[in-house]
Design a protein around this ligand. Structure first.
Ligand code: GAL
Length: 821
């Protein structure tokens, strides 16, 4: 009986399959069933089939993150001190006999770096840039039918240093197999703009590029449909004749009424569906998500989105995802953006390279203002083997592809053509900037072009008058040239208030600010001594704490930067200062300024590498969001009698009163432009209690208790239900608590994890920038009381049970449901 039913179902599906309208293209995720080998484990260069050195894996993959930290790795501590090398990937696959008339493309979203690709031993090409997406046409070299095809990819990240931060190595972004008709819309083949936007109507311009690989010319119907929530709003049809082997770009204009505008609070998206028909048969269908919004950088009012003033409260982020390395995972990125949104962040700068496409998709959906950045170097290197070596041959193609790939994203508002480019100081830089600007504006005229420049000031003397005399050593030719649409400075907040004098006709953005330095959970007394570490960027640092910690009070920054409060106080003062991008939202692997090895990751983050906010997160939250905030720190475990500074960040209240063991330590109010209040108190164990009040009424109450001995572990998942797709993640925060449930602030207990059910542990971390423990282990020491374990679903449903054990502590476990509904 069962067999009969199965036959019946099969028959129905064959009938449906035959009669179904061809939907045009198919886009297959091509991440599964790859084999990987590091070259040093192979004999010779040619990968040998069935060689035991090949490991089966699923992309995205970053092999560096699996390696050991070592001072001698050529990436150096600035690159994260993990190994590079040469890696090979291969995958076999079949294509159906019946697809002989189709075209097949392989799309790589990003491979770090110097990738070379072969199909069936035919060389398809090389792409040095590790951040750009690229496509190869496989069609002429494919075997159709039963014979296997083999794709091979060589990835060469052996020549290091080639980056100023951790790059990762491998096919670390997604790969897609795209099947189309011989006549189809090109890769990144639409360009959509909304030149007129108001409350009542919007004009949408759409350019569609269509390729015809048939032997002869074709008459086609191009249908362009505007969808909102999958409902058709309007459509337009045009008959076109497309010559053989030709690419035709067709422009049209559509109007819609009462557009739903894209904004930060309500990022509403439309979709442009482009359909192509030949003889009434649908041969291609291509979707472009878009947002309808107007914006402007005003000389006086700053950034206006849909005619409303919006201060850009942005952060810079590198592309690594902490313990996951650079292997892209959409949920990991989404979690980061959620944490930032919660803090009040509304802007992202993609330092210093094209981001994963998923980042921009998320920014479109979640409402972020993106400054999309292309390069960290042009022709002059910053590290020996960096992109400058490929500049001459590749920059035009890379920049063009970058703009084409990203120009439809509503979240993108600013193009950055470079960060702290060495050539900014001379006329050669001006010439290059002109060339890059011309490349960009040929493809998109709707965004402003900037660069993260060093300000033309002598910061060593703290002389903040901008120097535009060519004879001066601090003359910044690029800034003075007038090439940029938006003047973007990194740091030097002392100069921002001179902007209108120096650039009366060009709006301002602080492209990079702050570079504050902090270790989550660690505090130096006294908190009101300011430290600029290191003394200068080019002088080796000899100070600091012996264990490479940095105080979590907002009291330490690089000398080129500032504390968090210092810069924000300036930016918030004037509307014409459109906003800022803080260095950085999250800690990242590499660049452990001011320290060197054994540190291997940054101290710049407002949030640590594991995703745990540092205290200053709440300063921004109190300034940047509407929610009432009361954040009191540090912990309350100190030597008896020692003076301890207690800070509070608060909002939606007039004052805060602090109590120690029920005795008032006084009421404090932020005066003038202050952003926190402070009490200096000799430590006595017990309970610190803070109450914020507005008009005499309590708003929030916070208590911090002296912790006793560690006795239990708490596990807290960001999501208790995840999808059973082999990709989704649950991030579990592990805290070491005393018997009363108080976090033990200095706990370093080693915690071992075990897992049951349809999941696996894919990363552990604790945010310690000096740890050399593997992110891929199944145990981790707590760091200031906390660590993190990241669990990934397998391809099935059920309950994952994650258990945590540690000597002397009560065991603990948590269930995560894996559910595809
Ligand atoms: C900037 C640079 C960033 C990072 C930062 C550290 O000058 O643009 O990439 O190095 O300094 O403070």
């Amino acid at each position: 009986m069962k067999i009969k039913i199965l036959w019946y179902l099969l028959l129905i599906s064959i009938i449906i399959g035959c009669t179904k309208q061809p939907t045009g293209r198919s886009i297959e995720n091509f991440n599964s069933n790859w084999y990987f080998s590091l070259e040093n484990e192979l004999e010779g260069i040619e990968p040998k089939p069935n060689d035991s050195a090949w490991v089966k894996l699923k992309l995205p993959h970053d092999w560096s993150i699996e390696g050991d930290f070592n001072e001698n790795n050529p990436a150096t501590y600035n690159g994260g001190a993990l190994p590079g090398g040469i890696g090979w990937y291969k995958k076999t696959f079949k294509v159906k006999e019946s697809d002989q008339q189709k075209e097949f493309y392989i799309d790589f979203d990003g491979v770090y770096m110097n990738s070379e690709v072969w199909i069936n031993d035919h060389y398809l090409g090389k792409r040095p840039n590790g951040y750009i997406g690229f496509r190869y046409n496989l069609t002429p070299y494919l075997h159709f039918g039963e014979k296997e095809n083999e794709i091979k990819v060589k990835v060469d990240n052996s020549q290091q240093p080639n980056s100023r931060w951790y790059s990762g190595s491998g096919i670390y972004r997604n790969v897609w197999l795209v099947k189309t008709d011989k006549l189809h819309i090109n890769n990144w083949g639409t360009y959509v703009t909304t030149p007129i936007v108001n409350k009542d109507s919007a004009t949408i311009n759409i350019e569609t590029s269509i390729i015809n690989n048939y032997k002869g010319a074709k008459d086609v119907l191009l249908k362009t449909i505007v969808l909102f929530n999958n409902e058709k709003i309007t459509e337009n049809s045009n008959h076109l004749n497309i010559k053989n082997k030709n690419e035709l770009t067709f422009s049209e204009e559509l109007k819609i009424n009462s557009p739903k505008l894209w904004s930060i609070e309500n990022p509403q998206l439309y979709t442009i569906l482009s359909e192509i028909y030949i003889d009434n048969q649908l041969v291609d269908a291509y979707k472009t998500p878009i947002g309808i919004r107007s914006f402007k950088f005003d000389l006086d009012k700053g950034f206006l989105l849909n005619n409303k003033s919006v201060k850009i409260k942005g952060v810079c982020n590198h592309h690594d995802l902490g313990a996951l390395g650079t292997a892209i995972n959409t949920r990991a990125l989404e979690r980061r953006l959620e944490i930032l949104k919660e803090m009040g962040v509304n802007g992202i700068r993609t330092t210093h390279n094209p981001p994963a496409p998923e980042l921009l998709d998320l920014c479109d959906k979640m409402g972020f203002i993106v400054m999309d950045e292309s390069f960290d170097v042009w022709n002059n290197s910053k590290t020996t083997y960096d992109y400058a070596n490929n500049w001459k041959e590749w920059h035009k193609k890379d920049l063009e592809d970058f703009i084409k790939r990203d120009r439809n994203h509503p979240s993108v508002f600013i193009w950055s053509i470079g960060n702290e480019i060495q050539e900014q100081w001379n006329e050669q830089g001006v010439e290059t900037a002109k060339e890059l600007k011309a490349i960009v504006t040929k493809l998109d005229t709707t965004r402003l072009i900037t660069a993260g420049m060093n300000p033309p000031v002598n910061m060593d003397n703290q002389d903040v008058t901008l120097q535009f005399d060519k004879k001066n050593v601090n003359y910044n030719a690029l800034a003075a040239s007038g090439v940029l649409d938006l003047i973007g400075y990194n740091y030097a907040q002392q100069t921002y208030e001179y902007h209108k004098q120096n650039f009366p006709n060009t709006p301002f953005i602080a492209t990079e600010t702050t570079s504050g330095l902090q270790t989550r959970g660690y505090y130096d007394q006294k908190s009101d001594t300011l430290k600029r570490w290191p003394v200068r960027w080019d002088i080796p640092f000899t100070g600091g704490n012996p264990d490479n910690t940095i105080s979590s009070y907002d009291q330490v920054s690089t000398p080129w930067g500032s504390t968090h409060e210092e810069t924000w106080k300036v930016i918030k003062k004037h509307d014409y200062l459109s906003g800022m991008f803080i260095w950085t939202g999250f800690d990242y692997l590499g660049e452990p300024t001011p320290y060197v090895w054994p540190s291997r990751s940054s101290y710049f983050g407002i949030i640590d590498l594991a995703g745990f906010p540092k205290d200053v997160y709440y300063m921004y939250q109190s300034e940047w969001t509407d929610k009432p905030v009361l954040h009191v720190f540090p912990h309350w475990n100190w030597e008896v009698g020692k003076n301890v500074d207690i800070w509070a960040y608060y909002s939606q209240a007039d004052e805060v009163e602090l109590f120690l063991n029920n005795e008032s330590l006084g009421v404090k109010k932020k005066e003038g432009d202050e952003l926190h209040v402070m009490w200096r108190v000799p430590f006595q164990p017990g309970i610190l209690k803070a109450i914020s009040r507005k008009n005499g009424k309590d708003v929030l109450v916070k208590e911090i208790r002296t912790a006793e001995e560690a006795s239990q572990i708490s596990l807290n998942a960001d999501r208790n239900i995840i999808k059973g797709d082999g990709v989704d993640l649950s991030f579990i925060t592990v805290s070491v608590l005393d018997k009363n449930g108080t976090i033990v602030p200095n706990a370093t207990n080693n915690i071992k994890f075990s897992i049951d059910g349809p999941g696996k542990i894919v990363g552990v971390d604790n945010g310690d920038p000096t740890s050399h423990a593997s992110f891929k282990a199944s145990d981790r020491n707590a760091f200031y009381g906390k660590c993190l374990v990241i669990v990934q679903s397998l391809n099935s449903e059920g309950i994952i049970k994650l258990s945590a054990q540690s000597q002397g502590l009560e065991e603990s476990s948590i269930n995560i449901s894996v559910n595809n509904n």
